[in-house]
Design a protein around this ligand. Structure first.
Ligand SMILES: [Zn+2]
Length: 532
């Protein structure tokens, strides 16, 4: 069955505490949502703020929507205004969108307390506003705010508000669990009652305060709703809205409904990442379907089974939602994990069974010391390549020294000195840098520049430090994870120490060694080029 998807990332989503989009962000996200096949994109509330007004003004000119219908959001008219003079309703009519969604009150508590009007007057607000917008040629989605709470207080009145919207011509009657407190079974019962009593499209809009939003939405569809509202990545007020990405994946894959279709479903992960990027928020690794860990296997037993048949530990195949299976290397690893990673590196056939077992032991020992190789795939690759070529060392570190001197409160100067042994030579350099790590990096480069000029391409992309045993206070061990790039590819290395400089230095030396190891292998020489 066709289930219509209504995305409100750009309206309800922006009410999430840490979510903020510029107008450019909103336009780019709307374009993406259209590409993935969303039916309705709620762009904002034109009556409430200048940013949303600008969005709708620019959207009319700049957005090239192939499929989605842009929607403006607002409320029923104020009790004191005739509908044609209500500023908010006028902004909706003039937003230039084919669809408007308006919310009205269902719950006596809100009607009396928040609006200060009688239940009968509220019915009039709903009906007149819907009719006015229909007369302006709009498709109208009526959002029944606090529908389920209102229903709990007075089922008959809650249904009357829907009937008022329906009779005035609303195209969708959307039932909102605005406070997010509903549990699934009761919500589904109520949706079924509405389905029986009223014709037309029933929609569902849930919030996640009870961690039930996606389940509630799926259950509402089971009870007859054919229009689902939500936000990508579950952004939204308080604990967020129902995560539309999970809703779509479940409806398509588990229930065989048609939302965006199987082809566009395969871009779901990339759309979620894009939106997270625009929101400047990390996409949660454990986000179902689309997160980095959604199909990541760590336990040795899991991995050896998944390698035989991925269905053993995967509820759907990751490709269907555009995600990837990953196998993690860690102290829980079995040989299967190591084999999988070696295959990815093209090294599996080159290491014999004994060498693989030794590699696994070394990994487990390092993880025990606080190394984390799941994220540091570069360090894993270096270990594997060292197991293959134990004779290749390129250089040994004789000593390093780093000092930062502060003058008064504002100026500080950092100098470093490094001594290496390479090809029977002693190489020493000093450098000044922007902080200790930069100074050490410059020294290392200077030392090696003559012998290995290729390494000058390696540069830092990202640097993260994490305290491992915080109960030791400032004496704690830290793990430094550094991402590097040489313009062709990027990789991460890791270092652990109770000294942040030393941890960083280890990660740096490993990154350079790996680059040299790869370049040597690429030259096709089993002997190091430096000795040839
Ligand atoms: Zn909401």
């Amino acid at each position: 069955m066709k289930i219509f998807t209504f995305d409100t990332t750009l309206r309800d989503g922006t009410q999430g505490e840490s979510v903020s989009f510029s107008v450019d962000d909103k336009l780019a996200i709307a374009q993406k949502l259209d590409e993935v096949g969303i039916d309705y994109i709620e762009g904002g509330w034109p009556g409430s703020n200048p940013k949303d007004q600008e969005f709708f003004r620019r959207a009319a000119v700049e957005l090239k929507l192939k499929h989605a219908r842009l929607t403006a959001f607002g409320s029923t008219r104020l009790a004191r205004n005739p509908v044609e003079e209500d500023r908010n309703v006028r902004a909706l009519a003039e937003a230039g969108t084919p669809v408007v969604s308006i919310f009205g009150k269902t719950w006596h508590l809100h009607v009396k307390r928040a609006l200060g009007i009688t239940p009968e007057e509220n019915l009039k607000l709903i009906s007149e506003t819907v009719k006015h917008l229909k007369d302006h040629g709009k498709e109208v989605v009526y959002d029944a705010e606090h529908f389920f709470d209102g229903y709990a207080f007075s089922p008959e009145y809650a249904l009357e508000t829907l009937a008022a919207a329906h009779q005035a011509g609303a195209d969708v009657l959307c039932l909102c669990d605005t406070n997010g407190g509903m549990l699934t079974a009761r919500l589904a019962e109520i949706v079924a009652v509405v389905r029986k009593r009223l014709a037309g499209v029933i929609g569902i809009h849930t919030h996640n305060d009870s961690d039930m939003a996606v389940a509630n939405t799926i259950a509402a569809v089971g009870a007859g709703a054919t229009h689902v509202q939500g936000c990508m990545n579950g952004y939204g007020e308080r604990c967020g809205n129902a995560n539309l990405a999970s809703i779509i994946a479940n409806l398509e894959i588990k229930l065989g409904h048609n939302t965006v279709g199987p082809e566009k479903l395969a871009s779901l992960s990339s759309v979620c990442r894009f939106i997270a990027e625009r929101a400047n928020l990390p996409l949660r690794n454990d986000q179902p379907f689309v997160g980095k860990s959604a199909f990541a296997h760590k336990g040795g037993v899991h991995v050896s089974a998944v390698l035989k048949d991925s269905a053993t530990y995967e509820h759907v195949s990751p490709e269907r939602v555009g995600n990837l299976q990953r196998v993690l290397v860690s102290d829980l690893s079995g040989r299967g994990n190591v084999l999988y990673k070696l295959k990815q590196l093209g090294l599996a056939d080159r290491l014999n069974e004994d060498a693989r077992a030794r590699l696994l032991e070394r990994i487990k020992q390092m993880e025990h010391e606080g190394y984390e190789l799941e994220a540091a795939e570069g360090t894993f690759e270096l270990l594997a390549r060292e197991a293959l070529h134990p004779e290749l060392r390129f250089f040994e570190v004789e000593s390093y020294d780093v000092a930062t001197r502060a003058f008064g409160t504002t100026v500080s100067r950092t100098t470093a000195a490094v001594t290496l042994l390479a090809q029977d030579e002693v190489l020493s350099e000093t450098a000044m840098g922007h902080g200790p790590f930069n100074a050490l990096h410059l020294c290392l480069r200077k030392c090696l520049a003559k012998l290995y000029p290729q390494i000058t391409e390696v540069h830092l992309k990202d640097y993260k430090v994490r305290v491992l045993d915080s109960y030791k206070g400032t004496a704690a061990n830290v793990r430094v994870l550094i991402e590097w790039s040489d313009r062709r590819k990027s990789w991460s290395t890791v270092g652990v120490s109770d000294n942040v400089i030393e941890a960083s230095w280890k990660a740096l030396v490993d990154a350079i060694r790996l680059e040299l190891m790869r370049l040597t292998e690429k030259d096709g020489a089993s002997e190091p080029a430096v000795e040839g």
